[in-house]
Design a protein around this ligand. Structure first.
Ligand code: FAD
Ligand code: DHB
Length: 389
């Protein structure tokens, strides 16, 4: 088997890269070690930046997004006694959309299977070779158990945080640098068949811990509670979760709407950056190279930003035979990665309680500042809606 770009991983990064390359006449093959059902059902991010919506729309992936996605003009910041709306269009002329990562992935998979480049699910034993030459290859076992070799001009490692590609970069001679921060918090996330009791997301600071009110549709709410990372989901009954949410979102004259919980899990929170995002003909994009804590909803959007940059670099490399954009890819991508890393760390630090009384006063002071100063609010709004590419 031969292709121009071998893509490892059919998450949003790999699928979108394949689509953007196809639109430019570059062929690719996407290899995914999970099943289609698993990939399409994995509940993750829910907020798309304006940039992400623009890219998906231009790539012909905007029909259902514009029909079913919820356009939001802002978010609410809450602390005891106060719920304050930040109006993004007024602050920075941009907005965000609620459209689940599951839906983005379903749209991309459907387009790919309807005449797009090959997409192979349920592969195993993926191994990348010869990335320091101009003809790298990927060895893998296909869904029928047959050992195969994919000869490529370039390999894209879009295989998420646990995929094999990052280690291949690390084994290169140019050295790898890692930065990591694990946070002493986790998020307990639920999906519930409950109409959202809010028009826009609520990021709530509370002495018991942070809570986030998000949604997936007019009838499905997505809610999160800050919990200790050592907590076990079995110890959180539905009643205990609803009580925790009601306490943390409490506001005079407002009521939480409850419903059947259809999914619940606990997510660890970490920041992680690995550089460079390239070794020879292997390029990393998305969670394969970096992780942000979820506060601020940057993970998926950052993966899309990487892929936009990488697709341009690969078109230039493979069609024009020019290496300038490929050579600049890692440094250029990492500048945006570090901005998002800072913003996600800042949102996380402002909103999650540690039990320390001094920290709590600093957080409340910062929240009052963002809710009273246009300059402070604009800084949040610009980062949240996504800085222009
Ligand atoms: P992924 O979506 O991880 O895709 C990588 C793909 O590679 C996967 O399909 C995987 O199965 C495949 N793969 C892995 N190893 C191999 C292999 N050996 N061979 C072949 N394929 C392989 N971000 C937010 O903004 N908000 C959120 O609420 C949020 N919640 C999250 C919850 C969880 C549990 C996780 C893990 C992440 C969450 N994120 C969230 C982050 C966001 O989902 C990611 O940033 C986004 O999925 C990155 O896309 P990606 O394509 O780079 O990686
Ligand atoms: C969602 C997740 C986030 O991390 C966030 O900041 C906002 C919304 C969500 O899953 O809907």
């Amino acid at each position: 088997m031969r292709t121009q770009v071998g893509i490892i991983g059919a998450g949003p990064a790999g699928l979108l890269l394949s689509r953007l390359l196809a639109l430019q006449g570059i062929d690719s093959v996407v290899l995914e070690n999970r099943s289609r059902e698993y990939v399409e059902a994995r509940v993750r991010a829910g907020i798309l930046e304006q940039n992400t919506v623009d890219v998906l729309t231009e790539a012909g992936m905007g029909d259902r997004l514009h029909r079913e996605g919820l356009e939001h003009r802002g978010i609410h910041l809450q602390y005891p006694g106060v719920r304050h709306q930040l109006d993004f269009p007024a602050l920075c002329g941009r907005r965000v959309w609620v459209y689940g990562q599951t839906e983005v992935v379903k749209d991309l998979v459907a387009a790919q299977l309807a005449g797009g480049p090959p997409l192979l699910f349920d592969v195993s034993d993926v191994a990348v070779e010869d990335v320091d030459t101009d003809s790298p290859r990927i060895r893998f076992t296909d869904a029928d158990g047959v050992a195969r070799v994919l000869e490529c001009d370039v390999v894209a490692g879009t295989d998420g945080f646990h995929g094999p590609s990052r280690a291949v970069v690390a084994e290169g001679g140019s050295g790898q640098q890692l930065w990591e921060r694990t946070y002493p918090y986790a998020w307990l996330g639920i999906l519930a068949d409950a109409p959202p009791a809010t028009d826009e997301l609520i990021y709530a600071w509370h002495p018991d811990g942070f809570a986030l009110y998000s949604m997936r549709s007019p009838s499905v709410s997505r809610l999160y509670l800050q919990v200790d990372p050592s907590e076990r989901i079995e110890d959180w009954s539905d009643d205990r979760i609803w009580e925790g949410l009601a306490t943390r979102f409490a506001l005079d004259g407002w009521e939480l709407s409850t419903g059947r919980i259809t999914e619940k899990s606990i997510l660890p929170m970490r920041s992680f950056v690995s550089a460079p995002m390239r070794r020879g003909r292997l390029f990393l994009a998305g969670d394969a190279a970096h992780i942000v804590p979820p506060t601020g909803a940057k993970g998926l959007n950052l993966a899309v930003a990487d892929v936009v940059l990488l697709s341009r670099a690969l078109v230039r490399l493979l069609q024009d035979k020019e290496t300038d954009l490929a050579d600049a890819y890692s440094d250029t991508a990492l500048r945006r990665v570090w901005r998002a890393t800072h913003f996600s760390w800042w949102m996380t630090s402002m909103l999650h309680t540690s039990g320390d009384a001094f920290d709590a006063q600093l957080q409340l002071s910062q929240l009052r500042r963002v809710c009273s100063s246009e300059a402070a609010a604009r800084e949040l709004a610009e980062n949240y809606t996504g800085l222009p590419y």
